[in-house]
Design a protein. Structure first.
Length: 133
């Protein structure tokens, strides 16, 4: 199920990142590579559904966690490479992601979907603002 969603949406998002956002803001190869690693690990994560099989759940969560670290690092790099008011937007997104990561660790799996949504909002909201401002 998730694989189909990512198979449809992720190529379009990658096209946006690589053909518009990265060149428009003249971002470094570091941002490009971090985003590529986040993409690869996210796709790999979808190949192991989060079901009741302990090894499959562990693999899914490990890959999801690695992907989350890479998208955090991608946005952190943007904080250093983007200037002006847009830098503040990126810093706010990094702050949201960091707070959600701390909340996720302390929640021990409770409210996982809500926290995952908030984490990705911390990543995508600054990108949307960068795109339309």
């Amino acid at each position: 199920y998730y694989f189909v969603i990512f198979a449809v949406t992720l190529p379009m998002f990658c096209l946006f990142m690589y053909s518009w956002l990265i060149p428009t803001y003249n971002l470094s190869h570091t941002a490009l590579y971090l985003f590529a690693m986040a993409t690869v690990t996210q796709v790999a994560c979808t190949l192991y559904p989060d079901r009741n099989f302990s090894r499959q759940v562990f693999t899914h969560r490990l890959l999801a966690g690695i992907s989350a670290v890479f998208i955090f690092a991608t946005l952190l790099v943007l904080c250093f490479e983007i200037t002006g008011a847009m830098r503040s937007v990126c810093i706010a997104g990094v702050g949201v992601m960091a707070l959600v990561a701390i909340a996720t660790i302390s929640s021990k799996g409770k409210m996982a979907l809500l926290l995952q949504t908030a984490y990705y909002l911390g990543f995508f909201a600054p990108l949307l603002i960068l795109t339309f401002v």
